[in-house]
Design a binder for this molecule. Structure first.
Ligand code: CAA
Length: 381
């Protein structure tokens, strides 16, 4: 067992850290307040090779691994959780299923530009009445005589929606078949009938976008069916296993970002003639925050490592543990960071209130933490 990151993993972490500190940090407060998603920042990540970390060079990637994706996501989230989410969805929820289930033609046409950062990816599963109950959606895909499919329905809360050129869309091809009646499609922006609806106004992750996707008689070529007809639900679930590793990494980064600010503040803030760090009440609070971060780190890295092992049959439970634990501690750590800052922590003059707002959604998306409990308990036989 080796707890040390490899040289490549360290290099990728440094690349992401430098990018986050130089390019994201100066504007993150402003973008949060104005609630804008600056696509050019994700494009810059593409130019650095950060959007194709785990894929082979032939597919436009850099040939690294999923631990490298996790550490990159963590580094970006330390500074800007919104851009970390855009990156995570692009990599784990859009590129991954094309890499895993795509044909060579689909990889050349879609995975390569995604990996090279020339196109942005999204993942459309959730619907107004099908959140946790993901199978219960009403978007349909009807097969036509010429082999094409016609999509009708809508998706909500779609990260990167409106900006993404490539979206993985899940739709029922035969509702009567239940989990075997859903299929996955690669849908391009600009396809006639594919439009965008409501843009969400949110508590946190305000510097990225979640939007409704609307499909009205959208004709998708047969060549854009991902995997086989009826494999969509399995593809969605397997994709979300990886996505949850990504959310775990994002949550870990959020916790660390807030913690670092709290430690700095505790060493500078003088009360009763000494830094508040010298008050045991504050020092012990920070010790517990550190403990939570370090234990979450290994849950996330282990799940990311397992995700890349060819001989591992399932990493669902590891992904759920990483996602649930890291997001729960992110909520606790960011709340405690506000507490360390006292009244100042509640103001927008300091970033800890933003981290606290950003942390909340990590307990909800890509499967609520109660869904993670369902998955973990399902393995306890
Ligand atoms: N890998 C492979 N197959 C899987 C699987 C996995 N991880 N999970 C389930 N399956 C298979 C099962 O084996 C089963 O197959 P069989 O019928 O052959 O046995 C089939 O899928 C159905 O499984 P379940 O009976 O467990 O399905 P369910 O309907 O009871 O749902 C659930 C289970 C875990 C609650 C699932 O619906 C779920 O994960 N819900 C949450 C959805 C979610 O995470 N949505 C987030 C969307 S993305 C997002 O958040 C947006 C964003 O921008 C970040």
């Amino acid at each position: 067992m080796d707890f040390k990151l490899s040289e490549t993993q360290q290099d990728i972490a440094k690349l992401a850290r430098d990018f986050a500190e130089k390019k994201l940090a100066p504007t993150v407060k402003d973008r949060d307040e104005k609630e804008v998603f600056d696509r050019t920042l994700v494009d810059e990540m593409g130019e650095l090779g950060l959007l194709g970390i785990p894929w082979e060079e032939k597919d436009g990637g850099v040939g690294a691994d999923f631990v490298s994706v996790a550490v990159a996501c963590e580094e970006v989230a330390k500074v800007d959780p919104s851009i970390a989410l855009s990156f995570e969805v692009h990599t784990m929820l859009c590129s991954w299923p094309i890499w895993k289930f795509g044909t060579e033609e689909q990889k050349a046409k879609y995975l390569k530009p995604l990996a090279e950062g020339k196109k942005l990816g999204a993942f459309g599963l959730t619907e107004p009445n099908a959140g946790t109950d993901a199978l219960n959606g009403s978007t349909t895909a009807t097969k036509n005589a010429d082999g094409t499919y016609t999509l009708n329905g809508s998706k909500v809360f779609n990260t990167n929606g409106g900006d993404a050129e490539i979206t993985i869309v899940f739709a029922a091809t035969d509702k009567s078949k239940g989990a075997k009646g859903m299929s996955a499609f690669i849908v391009e922006k600009g396809t006639p009938g594919f439009s965008y609806g409501k843009k969400e106004v949110k508590m946190g992750i305000r510097a990225c976008v979640q939007r409704e996707l609307v499909f009205q008689d959208v004709v998708v070529p047969a060549a854009n069916l991902l995997g086989k007809e009826g494999e969509g639900f399995k593809i969605a679930m397997m994709t979300l296993d990886g996505g949850r590793v990504g959310v775990g990494a994002q949550a870990l980064g959020i916790a660390e970002g807030a913690f670092n600010k709290a430690v700095q503040y505790a060493n500078e803030r003088i009360q009763f003639g000494k830094p508040i760090m010298k008050q045991q009440a504050v020092a012990f609070m920070l010790a517990d925050m550190k403990l939570k971060i370090e234990t979450a780190r290994w849950a996330v890295y282990k799940a990311a490592w397992k995700m890349g092992q060819k001989d591992v049959k399932s990493y669902s439970m590891d992904a759920s543990i990483a996602k649930k634990y890291a997001s729960d501690i992110a909520m606790q750590v960011t709340t405690d960071a506000v507490q360390v800052f006292g009244g100042y922590g509640f103001t927008r003059d300091y970033p800890v209130e933003r981290y606290m707002r950003d942390a909340k959604i990590t307990q909800i998306y890509e499967g609520t933490n109660q869904v993670q409990q369902m998955i973990i308990s399902g393995f306890l036989k």
